[in-house]
Design a protein around this ligand. Structure first.
Ligand SMILES: NC(=O)c1ccc[n+]([C@@H]2O[C@H](COP(=O)([O-])OP(=O)(O)OC[C@H]3O[C@@H](n4cnc5c(N)ncnc54)[C@H](O)[C@@H]3O)[C@@H](O)[C@H]2O)c1
Length: 377
């Protein structure tokens, strides 16, 4: 019988939308039990929130260090921690738990800065006992996995162009000024918390990760044009990036947090020598396969030629699955990896190395935009 992993949570308390997604996703396949948490740095809030999840009071903490130390000493202590605090603390929290040999699932970005990312990556690499998974959740949709396989199987030939965009409108149409900006953007205005770049760390990171994930390619040089909200609001809200990939393919990435009407617009198109693929997050159960010649095919999740995507689906074809299900795939795969004795099995969840590459990409974008020149990375 497979072990149900005892899960501890840091962050994701009252007001955190993503915290709820993590908790649901962790429970979908019955591979985890939430046993402890530090949901806020305020003990009263953490206790009340923990009680709403039926946690024992002595397993609710306001400090992640106390949580790691206490859980480490308990016979029934947690096996794994899930981190969903704002970016500035991802590295220090993850490292603290890793040093005590707890497995980690962390939300993105991998770390707030490239310097932090290198440190964290090195800590992860040194510890052979732990598994680390990063919730770049878009890469876990069944039809994204299908797209990855089609590219890998050369169904679209050699990749020549990668176009990806992820745009949102964080102010939901409200005109932002200095006065209301704090309420709208909160910690995203604080460099120490949001890290190298607000738009890139928060959503551009997903776009770049997805492009690499499906194409199987790494970028090696780029030119970025970034923009700040305005002279009163020190938050970069837009990035347009030209990319060269290692095989000579050309890439284009657009990410923006003030695209009016931009409603979670994540879309990707990959063009190869034999055809192209197109996937849009708002319609995630379908993948367009456009052959170089002939009619376009709409592949459907878990159906006919998209049979491979069944491996990442829970319900039958024709029944939609979405964001939470994709998130749950990462939780599920990390649990399987922890419980597996088969060291050769391939897993699809996003890794620390992928996180390191996105952190390097983000730093290079900021440098390129400042210097107004192409940079290798
Ligand atoms: N994968 C995704 O699709 C996705 C979506 C949204 C947010 N996120 C990521 O999730 C993270 C959190 O974002 P958010 O929007 O939920 O932020 P938030 O500010 O809404 O919530 C953060 C929560 O963490 C708690 N917290 C902060 N520091 C803590 C600490 N040291 N110890 C214990 N609790 C602490 C706060 O009390 C709060 O409840 C960010 O890294 C963000 O990029 C990911």
């Amino acid at each position: 019988m497979k072990k149900i992993l005892k899960l501890g949570i840091v962050g994701g308390g009252p007001g955190s939308w993503i915290g709820n997604i993590h908790r649901i996703a962790s429970r979908i396949d019955g591979k985890y039990k939430i046993c402890a948490g530090s949901f806020s740095r305020n003990l009263k809030i953490s206790n009340t929130f923990g009680a709403s999840l039926n946690l024992e009071k002595n397993r609710c903490y306001s400090n992640y260090k106390t949580m790691a130390n206490t859980e480490f000493k308990r016979d029934d202590g947690i096996d794994i921690v899930a981190i969903m605090t704002p970016p500035g603390s991802h590295q220090i929290i993850a490292e603290y738990f890793i040093k005590k040999n707890f497995h980690v699932i962390s939300d993105k970005p991998f770390a707030a800065t490239y310097t932090q990312a290198k440190k964290l990556y090195s800590t992860i690499k040194k510890n052979k006992k732990i598994i680390y998974g990063l919730t770049h959740n878009y890469s876990a949709y069944p039809m994204v996995r299908m797209a990855k396989k089609l590219v890998r199987d050369k169904k679209i030939g050699d990749v020549e162009f990668v176009n990806v965009e992820y745009v949102q409108d964080w102010s939901k149409g409200i005109v932002v000024n200095k006065k209301n900006s704090k309420k709208i953007f909160r910690w995203k205005l604080d460099k120490k918390i949001v890290g190298t770049s607000a738009v890139l760390n928060e959503i551009g990171t997903h776009a770049y990760h997805l492009a690499n994930y499906i194409s199987g390619l790494k970028g090696n040089s780029l030119f970025a044009d970034m923009k700040k909200y305005n002279k009163n609001i020190n938050l970069d809200n837009n990035a347009q990036v030209l990319l060269n990939y290692e095989n000579g393919a050309k890439g284009l990435l657009w990410t923006c947090i003030s695209a009016r009407g931009g409603n979670y617009g994540l879309r990707i198109r990959i063009f190869g020598s034999k055809g192209s693929l197109e996937w849009v997050q708002n319609d995630p159960n379908y993948l367009k396969l456009n052959p170089a010649k002939g009619a376009v095919k709409i592949l459907e999740k878990a159906f006919h030629e998209a049979d491979f995507s069944k491996n990442f689906a829970r319900v039958k074809p024709g029944h939609p699955e979405g964001y939470v299900d994709a998130f749950a795939n990462i939780y599920s795969e990390v649990a399987d990896h922890i419980n597996s004795k088969n060291k050769k099995k391939e897993y699809y969840y996003p890794t620390a190395y992928e996180g390191l590459l996105t952190a390097k990409f983000i730093q290079t974008c900021v440098d390129s935009s400042r210097q107004k020149k192409w940079l290798k990375f």
